[in-house]
Design a protein around this ligand. Structure first.
Ligand code: PEP
Length: 249
């Protein structure tokens, strides 16, 4: 079976309504002109831009997801957004446990797992982010850290997407070597299998400074089923070029 790649754009805290409409229209137009078989495109704008993105991307085939969600479906949690609300809008996915949330919002593995479970219960596919810091990489702790994060933040017997994002590669222009990506993705795939109930839609993404120039090499690594793209997803041409790299494999 040919694998289906997922190319997901994490816009982070970027995206006014006007920016959203322009970027989404451009992505939709590129995909219309050049449909990509075996690639799902997903954009994850900030909460305030989700409705606009969904409207602009209607019938384009481009999926829309959230960048985070609360671990409860509803309740007295001022300022939070639940996975039920994301599903209600029309989202298909939600990113949980991004390293920026683990770092700045002090999110623990246990909380990330609760969020992923809540997302699944709401009918969303969680994209669960894991990855080591530079210090952990340099002290040979990468595989132990990955193992701990998988153990702590991934629900069992569920179809989820896992995104391996070395913290030191996010937004820095630095990327791990192909050998390093190969090693970590193989370890994640092995662990994921042991968690049970892995269907064809379960995926492992690589994330961290993915650009059109390095996408093909990274996406060609075994057990790399797509990419989580930050900076390069804010421009339709570079986001689409990454998706084309996947389609060409
Ligand atoms: C990210 O934020 O998930 C990410 C991978 O960012 P960038 O592509 O900019 O490194």
């Amino acid at each position: 079976m040919t694998k289906k790649f997922l190319i997901a754009g994490n816009w982070k805290m970027h995206g006014t309504l006007a920016f959203t409409e322009t970027l989404c229209s451009e992505v939709a137009a590129l995909l219309k002109k050049e449909p990509l078989k075996q690639v799902d495109l997903l954009v994850c704008p900030p909460f305030t831009a989700l409705s606009g993105a969904l409207k602009t991307l209607q019938k384009s085939g481009v999926l829309v997801g959230g960048q985070d969600c609360h671990h409860e479906p509803h309740g007295a949690y001022t300022g939070n957004i639940s996975p039920v609300m994301l599903k209600d809008l029309g989202c298909t996915h939600v990113i949980v446990g991004h390293s920026e949330r683990r770092q700045y919002e002090r999110e623990s593995n246990a909380l990330v797992k609760e969020k992923a479970e809540a997302a699944l219960a709401a009918g969303l596919i969680p994209i669960i982010c894991i990855g080591e810091t530079l210090e952990e990489r340099e002290t040979s702790q990468t595989l132990a850290v990955i193992e701990r994060q998988l153990e702590g933040s991934v629900p069992r017997d569920a179809t989820v997407v896992i995104a391996y994002e070395p913290v030191w590669a996010i937004g820095t222009g630095r990327v791990p070597t192909i050998d390093q990506v190969t090693e970590v993705h193989a370890a994640i795939a092995k662990k994921q299998k042991s968690f049970g109930s892995v269907s064809g839609t379960a995926k492992i993404l690589y994330g961290g400074s993915v650009k059109p120039s390095n996408a093909a090499a990274l996406l060609n690594v075994p057990h790399v089923d797509g990419a989580l793209v930050g900076g390069a997803s804010l421009e339709a041409a570079s986001f689409f070029a990454i998706a084309k790299a996947a389609a060409g494999l």
